[in-house]
Design a binder for this molecule. Sequence first.
Ligand code: NI
Length: 134
Amino acid sequence: MVYLTRKEHFNAAHKLECKDWSEEKNEQIFGKCANKNWHGHNYDLWVTVKGMPNPETGFVLNTQILSKIIRERITDRLDHKNLNMDLDLGGLQPSTENMTIWIWNELKSHIPAGELHCVKLQETENIFAEYYGE
Ligand code: NI
């Protein structure tokens, strides 16, 4: 089995807060991500597909196709957007963890060859989350 990864990038704004909590508690739990006037992150996204290389092309999946799918399904919809207001996360926080699950669900049935293996999303230099579909 070969694991093929395409890296993409987007910038987006968000805010993490529980509306029932005080401003102090939100700041305590979510830190800078609770800033009431929003803030942005420069997100790096890795999408990994697994499979065996096609005997003719040598590709698990043509990366031009994979890039186009990620662009159309994910980065065009998220880039320079407000993840709280422009995206329907079903009331969930736009945390790195929840975003990996959302991205997985948006991609999984659109991969034309191989199988989606991992969505990795890096929010800051020191924090990233990975989702493997379970
Ligand atoms: Ni944040």
